[in-house]
Design a protein around this ligand. Structure first.
Ligand code: GLC
Ligand code: CA
Length: 543
């Protein structure tokens, strides 16, 4: 039991699909399960091992499926349970695995539990949620109070996200048991694990305002693990936005970790003004980014396991955010070489593998409720339209939610009808068909990078050593085990950068986004250069 488990997720490449925007099979403008099935060979060919599906359960779609009204049904916009079973089977037939998104910090207000709960204070479901006569000062992540008055039973209910996402009360044992039943039902369908949405919040104590990493977190994670995961060969990754790197290391450490991996957000919060939230922009300081990764790599080297990600459905496109779209191909590859050279499990967010970029929409083109809310809120604070739009263009979650750009046909080959959200107009220039055919494209580069990761054990087990930590625009690190050594060089600069790397002379360049530059006393790296250099006992390394 639990022993001698093969930790397959440690060497896996995981691909996140945002089903609404991936591929539409029936021309209603909305991505769906059959659409995903039709693209499995595309993913397999890229070198993907595991697919993570953002939620496809029945939902009113207030927060694009992160508001679930029935955990055991597939929303009709995505297809049927039969489609889901087919997707699971076909994914497995391709030799890949599939994990689902699990949203159990809250439900939709249209979930039967909430409908029963609000009927009266004496409802047997009342305590599945969090109620109070008076609100306290806690704010919702999407803006405004976290409390909404419910007229029928005359109390306020608590919701850390939209008012259509009431928080579940994990302190209720019956509720926890219901959740374990749902999880086990899905695992019995043959899925290979879960990404657990904002799971850092389930141990909260609302009265004392302890939300993330609350007093009951470890107890509930442990119980969850024992009831659902411990005896199965599945993987878990917990989204934990409020968690520190230290805590992420603890939670993923040991022979029987509470979660296999954690998404924590320190590295992608560095372009925000501290404590002012995501909309207050700050220029990224590369030395800070290096420090954070350095800490993550060291803390989780023998204890715990890193998840390697730069983008997801809540975060802007990496190239628009941390790279330079004037050097789109170079900087897309550079960012992911910097990231995937590290120890941990690589996550690819759909579209990153072809260098898709963010959007500069007009306000009425945005669909994300968080974006629309913040526009209202900042307008009331008398910020100018232009100022607000600047933040929205940089940070809106819709940056990464526009339809996948498959080819240069209308609607980018995503659908035959107008999609639920506009396509990025650069699809003629940037699309999968064109990128794959380009020997210099991002897709083939990712593919080669994934192959390399699987060829050399040092990617999995090598230690991490940051070089020249104060250099403002070069991110260089070493990975080393007993037999092999890697040097990963990434330039965040649009100028030529020179550095003395004579200590590394003779190492072999195994991948680069440009012509390989030799390591020497005066190495001169062109804009957004990246490369991995290798030295090992294996002399058969060739390009
Ligand atoms: C997570 C999801 C995000 C969602 C929120 C509430 O952060 O990734 O999309 O809005 O939780 O469920
Ligand atoms: Ca569809």
């Amino acid at each position: 039991m639990g022993k001698n488990k093969v930790e397959w997720w440690k060497t896996a490449i995981i691909y996140q699909i945002y089903p609404l925007s991936f591929m539409d099979s029936n021309s209603d403008g909305i991505g769906d399960l059959q659409g995903i099935i039709s693209k499995l060979s595309y993913l397999k060919n890229l070198g993907i091992d595991v697919i993570w599906l953002s939620p496809v359960y029945q939902s009113p779609m207030d927060d694009n499926g992160y508001d679930i009204s029935d955990y055991l049904k597939i929303d009709p916009i995505f297809g049927t349970m039969k489609d889901m079973q087919e997707l699971i089977k076909q994914t497995h037939d391709f030799g890949m695995k599939i994990i689902m998104d699990l949203v159990v910090n809250h439900t939709s207000d249209e979930h039967p539990w909430f409908k029963f709960a609000k009927e009266s204070k004496n409802s047997p479901y009342r305590d599945f949620y969090i109620w109070n006569d008076q609100p306290n000062e806690i704010d919702s992540v999407f803006g405004g109070s976290a409390w909404t008055y419910e007229g029928q039973s005359e109390q306020y209910y608590f919701h850390l996200f939209s008012h259509k996402q009431p928080d579940l009360n994990w302190q209720n044992k019956k509720l926890r048991e219901e959740i374990y039943r749902i999880i086990n039902w899905w695992l019995d369908q043959g899925i290979d694990g879960f990404r657990l949405d904002v799971i850092d919040l389930i141990g909260k104590d609302v009265k004392s305002k302890m939300l993330s990493d609350g007093p009951f977190l470890i107890e509930y994670l442990n119980e969850l693990n024992q009831n659902c995961f411990a005896n199965r060969d599945v993987m878990t990754v917990g989204e934990m936005p409020g968690l520190s790197i230290e805590r992420a290391a603890e939670i993923t450490a040991g022979e029987h970790p509470l979660l296999n991996m954690v998404f924590q957000f320190t590295h992608i919060s560095l372009d925000e003004m501290p404590n002012l939230g995501k909309w207050a922009l700050k220029k990224l300081d590369l030395t800070e980014l290096k420090q954070v990764f350095n800490k993550m790599q060291h803390l989780m080297y023998r204890n715990g396991w890193n998840s390697l990600f730069l983008a997801n459905h809540d975060q802007p496109r990496a190239v628009s955010r941390f790279g330079d779209i004037n050097y789109r191909l170079e900087s897309s590859k550079m960012l992911y070489t910097m990231l995937y050279g590290m120890q941990g499990t690589p996550y690819v967010y759909q579209g990153e593998e072809i260098g898709m970029t963010g959007i500069d929409f007009e306000i009425n083109q945005y669909r994300d409720l968080e974006t629309l809310n913040i526009y209202e809120i900042l307008s009331k604070k008398k910020l100018s339209h232009d100022e607000i739009m600047k933040s929205i263009h940089m940070k809106s979650r819709d940056n990464s939610r526009t339809p996948f750009q498959w080819d240069d046909q209308p609607y980018a080959g995503f659908s035959k009808s107008k999609p639920w959200i506009d396509v990025n107009l650069n699809y003629i220039e940037i699309n999968a068909k064109k990128d794959i055919e380009d020997p210099n494209g991002v897709y083939l580069y990712f593919k080669k990078l994934f192959k390399l990761r699987k060829s050399f054990p040092v990617f999995e087990n090598g230690n991490f050593n940051l070089i020249d930590r104060n250099h403002p625009s070069l991110f260089i690190y070493e990975r080393k085990n007993e037999k092999e050594k890697l040097l990963i060089v990434s330039s965040f600069s649009n100028l030529v950068e020179r550095i003395d790397l004579s200590n590394y002379r003779g190492m072999k360049c195994i991948i680069s986004n440009q012509e390989c530059i030799e390591l020497s006393k005066d190495s001169q790296f062109p804009p957004f250069y990246t490369a991995i250099y290798y030295k090992g006992s294996d002399s058969s390394v060739n390009d």
